[in-house]
Ligand binder design. Sequence first.
Ligand code: GTP
Ligand code: MG
Length: 331
Amino acid sequence: MSQNDKIFENLEREIAGSSDIDESTKNKLLQNVLALKSQKLNIMITGATGAGKSSTINALFNTDIAKVGTGVDPETMDITRYELNNLVLWDSPGLGDGKEKDNRHARNIIAKLNELDSNGRPLIDLVLVVVDGSTRDLGTSYELINSVIIPNLGASPSNRILVGINQADNARKGRNTWDYDLNKPTPETEVFLKDKVRSVNARIKEATNVDVEPVFYAAGYKEGNEAQNPYNLSKLLYMIVNKVPKAKRAVLANDNISKKEEMWKDNDDIKNYNVEIKKSLMESIVDTASAGVDLGRNVGRIFGKTGEAIGGVIGGVAGAAVGLFKSLFGF
Ligand SMILES: Nc1nc2c(ncn2[C@@H]2O[C@H](COP(=O)(O)OP(=O)(O)OP(=O)(O)O)[C@@H](O)[C@H]2O)c(=O)[nH]1
Ligand SMILES: [Mg+2]
């Protein structure tokens, strides 16, 4: 981790060294940062064998920890826990491995979803279900979502589930299905994928009355010399950021998101997701760290450096974020 990435340590230094605020305000802010630092964000990633759970983890986050499958056997047999700077990932096999194993997987998932943290709140903040967009038969995915996950998400299930339809590049068979030069769907494939999103949403809504608003993307791949960058990975991260509790979003900014710029390049561009992600992360850090304190115009002085560091998150150039933070802080 470089100096610039230690977001919370930087923030503590800025607060402690500031000459613009009094001691009691400093103490309150430092207490808030301490609380921020001790937060853990727990995300479960589940889905059928080969859907791309490990590829998605490796693409999104600053790691290659999750083993990507190369053979026919499932790589993930039981729930695997990865921890990166306060971000805890639970890589969980979904259904589709045969009846006996499916029962075991379902039991494990249900137990994990019902686990409580030390504050008595559900341990798992968000479940990302990775659906293989290249298969026609999504029966086991629907069973996993409708019968195993959603009934175990408590009173507002839509807040804790995100459905990602992966392998968008393989969604349609035949020629001219993907624009490999621009790394985006051809117009026909785009229509197809939008329709898939609509139908997946409808199937889940019909069974559970929950609107999951799926997102299609491609985690990409790397095999020997061949590699394909992700598509809509920023959109997926944008959805993740907005689903996780606001007070915990800062965990994602703490040197957890992949720094490889090529991961974040190719998106549907309906929004500038990378800018929106930075804005959302920064807003949540400012709000949580300054809770109970009115900083007025000093907000910019205290959080400016942190803002620049966040500007560097997801591969962007820090300078490009300056305008963004000006607009956030109004200075
Ligand atoms: N073309 C393409 N291939 C992908 C994509 N995502 C994953 N793959 C490939 O799909 C295969 C399975 O990916 P994994 O990430 O291992 O899938 P998994 O869900 O973790 O699988 P298990 O751990 O075995 O359950 C690998 O060969 C990946 O390279 C994608 O977006 N596009
Ligand atoms: Mg895996």
